[in-house]
Design a protein around this ligand. Structure first.
Ligand code: SF4
Ligand code: SF4
Ligand code: SF4
Length: 452
């Protein structure tokens, strides 16, 4: 009972230092990470599931009414991953099947084992955003959610990227630097309820740093980080390898208030500075693209859907960058005071952007769920025609509204924390009312786009 009370206190009151050590409180969780077979079972399941998805997409029927890979990939998998950001951060990356082949080749010595080059380390986020833009573009323009072959090719492309980089570089350079999914999941994980962090007192005197370098028979951190270097939730894959490697039991899985990291980092992170505006801009573009009026309107200017969506995506991205610049101004931060990647408006809008993505994905999941039994039956030649159901619109509308309101309240709460944190008083020209009005306006735009 006391544990439960402590758990609620940490989650629902903002104390930047309050944490619950989940390894100490629930030793089973620690045991889950130290028994490698647990993660191996999950990964093997993922390997089989994704191989099945790819094969179904490549060789199964191309009629979306007869191929279950679409709903499984876009409805179950990706919606599940988006939902998991909040609860378990980057845990998906710990069991991700895209790395399987690369890891196997490395184990057999079929990798050049190079160090990632300077250019990759410098321009990683630009490459990641471009790749993410390509995925969003293809998803909308090529209507991937109704194209089994396209979906399979997309998954194969990510698999190919991870494998090729595994053959070139040591560890998992793909994950550390340019995986677009990993970067989006990482940005979402900054608002997660959990974090993996070292115990500084134990690491200070550590001479082996086995968590990063590994030890005989067990390779070190796949993303060149090591538990002692974890400062945020962006890069750590939550693979648990360091938990096994550290003989001082320094890495801890901690429960925290989900806003702690947003407020502490204040947008001083390159990945979020690029990913959050692009994710938000792409959501606006995707919501607009779903409307008939948009297609009627643009058909008078463009004779190509690809071109019109490219223009729309660019405009929405630019609009969101404008909002962030204006918000930073209201927050009292002038451009001259900050390097380009410092942007406190990013954490303010992260809860709203997270809500926008969740609503978009749930919309597909819930609207397609009723047809899945029929698609399943058709795919396997079963005679259960007519076995489908329709989820009424109102639960989805209500759920979307609730998620959006929670996102709005989350964003308002971050502005409140920026204003009232005694340890870091806001700049003199901090304009709280205007900032709240800006957050309200962005919410209204979401409201308009989601429900219109
Ligand atoms: S970063 Fe990408 S490839 Fe790596 S584990 Fe995460 S989703 Fe998989
Ligand atoms: S996490 Fe463990 S292995 Fe890594 S530096 Fe700290 S004490 Fe050393
Ligand atoms: S820091 Fe630990 S959990 Fe995170 S990626 Fe490295 S080895 Fe895995």
């Amino acid at each position: 009972m006391q544990k439960l009370r402590e758990l609620f206190r940490i989650l629902f009151t903002f104390d930047p230092t309050a944490r619950l050590d989940l390894f100490a409180t629930f030793p089973l969780i620690r045991r889950f990470f130290t028994h490698r077979s647990n993660l191996a079972i999950l990964r093997t399941f993922g390997d089989f599931a994704f191989t099945g998805l790819i094969l179904l997409g490549l060789f199964g029927p191309q009629d979306p009414e007869r191929n279950i890979s679409l709903f499984l990939a876009w409805g179950i998998w990706w919606t599940g991953v988006v939902l998991s950001w909040f609860f378990v951060g980057k845990f998906w990356c710990g069991v991700c099947p895209f790395l399987g082949i690369g890891r196997l080749l490395q184990r057999f010595g079929l990798s050049l084992n190079l160090d990632p080059p300077h250019a990759l380390r410098k321009y990683f986020i630009h490459i990641a955003v471009l790749l993410f833009a390509a995925i969003i573009w293809a998803e909308s323009v090529a209507d991937m959610k109704h194209w089994p072959l396209g979906t399979a090719v997309l998954l194969l492309t990510i698999l190919f990227g991870a494998t090729a980089m595994g053959m070139l570089f040591k560890g998992q350079a793909w994950c550390r630097y340019i995986c677009p999914l990993g970067k989006v999941i990482g940005a979402g994980a900054t608002m997660s309820m959990i974090e993996l962090r070292p115990t500084p007192g134990l690491c200070r005197s550590c001479e082996t740093t086995a968590c990063k370098k590994g030890r005989p028979g067990l390779r070190g951190c796949p993303v060149y980080l090591g538990a002692h270097n974890i400062r945020n939730s962006l890069d750590c894959l939550l693979c648990g390898r360091c938990v096994l490697l550290c003989d001082r039991e320094s890495p801890r899985l901690l429960l925290r208030n989900p806003f702690v990291e947003l407020v502490a980092v204040k947008g001083r992170d390159l990945s979020c500075t690029f990913i959050i505006p692009f994710l938000a801009g792409s959501q606006w573009a995707r919501y607009i693209d779903k409307n008939d009026w948009y297609h009627t309107f643009t058909s008078t200017f463009f004779n190509s859907a690809a071109l019109s969506f490219t223009v729309l995506l660019t405009l929405c991205f630019a609009a969101f960058l404008g909002i962030i610049t204006f918000g930073n101004h209201l927050l009292g931060f002038r451009r001259s005071k900050l390097p380009i990647h410092c942007s406190p408006m990013i954490p303010v809008l992260t809860p709203l952007v997270f809500s926008g993505e969740l609503i978009y994905r749930l919309d597909y999941l819930l609207s397609e769920a009723g047809r899945f039994p029929q698609v399943f039956a058709r795919q396997f030649g079963l005679a259960v025609e007519g076995f489908s159901f329709v989820i009424p619109t109102w639960p989805l509308t209500t759920l979307s509204l609730v998620i959006l309101v929670l996102g709005y309240l989350g964003s308002l709460y971050v502005t409140f924390l920026f204003k009232h944190r005694k340890s870091q008083p806001p700049p003199e020209n901090f304009s709280s009312g205007s900032l709240q009005a800006l957050v309200g306006t962005v919410t209204l735009v979401y409201l308009f786009l989601v429900f219109w």
